[in-house]
Write a protein that binds this ligand. Structure first.
Ligand SMILES: Nc1ncnc2c1ncn2[C@@H]1O[C@H](COP(=O)(O)OP(=O)(O)O)[C@@H](O)[C@H]1O
Ligand SMILES: [Mg+2]
Length: 372
């Protein structure tokens, strides 16, 4: 029987942040994910094992945050629940966070940070403060919450809409202040930041995050696993996958490993496939054929996923995925690394131009990125 005035009912009556309310209110700032609607799991993002281990500890602590803070009270060691994920696009930063959100049953809001940044400085500061404070209220009531600032470098970088150095600095300060306050109050709110432009991230923001996790383009060992996992997904869609894809992949993998071992023996160190072309040149001495692993050097997991999806468009008609079709589809989508390298060169050039303009305009006032 239901006791009308029991304290439990009272608590239930006072719930302000139902899923619906969260979606309406914090949804203004970005995409809201509730664990039951999230499709990916932590295991879908292959590799990254050390990060996953640390993140498991992090989220376990977040779930037991109240006990945790009680125990730490007086120690002046308030845990700062901040994580920065950096590295090229398509390497799993957002998906892995969604996987953890699902696994630990904690809702998540992914904020497109550049949407918070407005040419009117007052607005930027207000928006940043509003979203963090709202997330903190939700976290307090729901027990935990994750606020994920995607492209966090938009706060305090040359890419932002703010053009005055002094104003950029004030936006950064305001961001840091609000994070500090939340940490100080001991709110069970995890704040994540993600960036593809770590060299453009304000150093004060960088330092404020407790954990820094680097995401990289996958090496050939991991690419093999990622390719195989997407082939499994094709099979799950009841489309036949030619055995030759697996045999070619295994043959190529064996060849690369053999050469890598020989080189290591000869040179006395492990040759990275991303270090010049030593490994691939050796490979070509032994065989002419370029395989899937060589083709996909500099591809992100997301590029391999896109390539697989392209191949599906054709394979769905023939109900068969052939080696040639898969190879050509991966080739068609291309890898991200080449664009990232080009962008770095361009942004270096742009930064130099901006700096030299600044030096001209305001003599020696400008000396590097804003520091706190
Ligand atoms: N290491 C990986 N293993 C498997 N799939 C990956 C991996 N990295 C990326 N992907 C695929 O790429 C997709 C997009 O990744 P995403 O999380 O959006 O990257 P980022 O946030 O770093 O730009 C993922 O959903 C996943 O399908
Ligand atoms: Mg992302």
């Amino acid at each position: 029987m239901r006791k009308i005035n029991s304290s439990k009912d009272k608590v239930e009556d006072e719930i302000t942040f139902s899923d619906e309310v969260i979606k309406n209110r914090i949804g203004k700032y970005g995409a809201v994910y509730f664990p039951s609607n999230i499709q990916e799991s932590i295991e879908d993002i292959l590799g990254n094992e050390t990060k996953k281990e640390i993140l498991h500890d992090f989220f376990k602590a977040l779930k037991k945050y109240n006990e945790f803070t009680k125990q730490l009270k007086g120690s002046k060691l308030n845990p700062s629940l901040t994580v920065l994920l950096y590295g090229p696009p398509g390497t799993g930063k957002t998906s892995l966070t969604r996987g953890f959100s699902k696994e630990y049953d904690i809702p998540l809001c992914v904020v497109e940070t550049d949407r918070l940044v407005s040419p009117l400085l007052g607005d930027t500061i207000k928006q940043i403060r509003n979203v963090v404070e709202l997330a903190a209220e939700i976290a307090k009531e729901r027990g935990s919450f994750i606020l994920f600032f995607d492209e966090i470098d938009a706060i305090g970088s040359e890419r932002s809409n703010i053009h005055e150095v002094g104003e950029i600095k004030r936006a950064v300060i305001s961001f840091l202040q609000v994070i500090d306050r939340i940490n100080y109050e001991g709110v069970p709110l995890a704040i994540f930041g993600a960036t593809n432009h770590q060299n453009q991230l304000d150093s004060a923001i960088w330092r404020r995050f407790t954990f820094h996790f680097s995401f990289e383009f996958p090496d050939y060992h991991l690419r093999k696993k990622i390719i195989e996992s997407f082939l499994d997904k094709v099979k799950n869609a009841k489309i036949g996958v030619d055995e030759s894809i697996y045999t070619n992949l295994n043959d190529e993998y064996g060849r690369i490993q053999g050469i890598s071992n020989n080189l290591e023996h000869k040179l006395g160190y492990i040759v990275s496939e991303f270090e010049g072309n030593i490994l691939w040149d050796e490979l070509h001495k032994k065989s002419e054929m370029k395989g899937l692993l060589e083709l996909s050097k500099g591809y992100s997991g997301s590029d391999i996923e896109r390539g697989t999806k392209v191949s599906l468009l054709k394979a769905i008609n023939t109900e068969r995925l052939t080696y040639e079709l898969f190879y050509n589809s991966l080739k068609l989508v291309g890898g991200t690394a080449i664009h990232v390298e080009r962008q770095d060169v361009l942004s270096d050039r742009r930064n130099k131009e901006i700096n030299s303009k600044r030096m001209g305009n305001r003599s020696s006032n400008f000396s590097g990125p804003p520091e706190i």
